[in-house]
Design a protein around this ligand. Structure first.
Ligand code: ADP
Length: 146
């Protein structure tokens, strides 16, 4: 059976931290679906096609990775795609506390396990929100973007 993981996120925008997690996860799964969240109540800095294209263009040569949008509960999207694992990245204990609750909820809801990968220390401080802040002030954020 193919081992399929879903890597869900806002990716607003996709940073070098996200890329590090995805690249580390590649040898662990047969297929990884990067699931770009679309929440009509949420205001994104980059629109959905931009968020998708930034990732899809980067991995266009890699048949293991596909990029899709989704609007449902993450576990429902996983079931539709026959994915048994949710992939998430961890930077610090704040991430851990939040992710623990999500992982336990998703397991209780659907029996779907979450696999966490630790970010490389050099990317620990990088977040999409910091990148958005830099861009808003016209600063050069290119070193944080793959
Ligand atoms: P969400 O809105 O679902 O938190 P994000 O796009 O912010 O979506 O993050 C998606 C995943 O990537 C999360 O698991 C998050 O912890 C992880 N992540 C974000 N930034 C980094 C980073 N610098 N290093 C490793 N993982 C990261």
């Amino acid at each position: 059976m193919e081992k399929i993981a879903v890597f869900p996120g806002s990716f607003d925008p996709f940073t070098v931290g996200h890329k590090a997690i995805l690249d580390m996860a590649l040898p662990l799964f047969d297929k990884i679906i990067v699931a770009v969240g679309v929440n009509s109540a949420k205001k994104y800095c980059f629109d959905t096609p931009q968020r998708v294209r930034a990732i899809a263009d980067m991995y266009s040569g890699n048949p293991k990775i596909t990029v899709e949008t989704y609007e449902s509960l993450t576990v429902d999207f996983c079931k539709q795609r026959n994915a048994t694992v949710i992939l998430r990245g961890l930077r610090n204990t704040t991430d851990f506390e939040y992710e623990k609750t999500m992982a336990q909820t998703n397991r209780a809801l659907a029996g779907i396990e979450t696999v966490f990968l630790m970010t490389p220390p050099e990317y620990e401080h990088i977040s999409s929100s910091i990148v958005r802040e830099l861009l808003a002030y016209g600063a050069d954020a290119s070193k944080f973007l793959p």
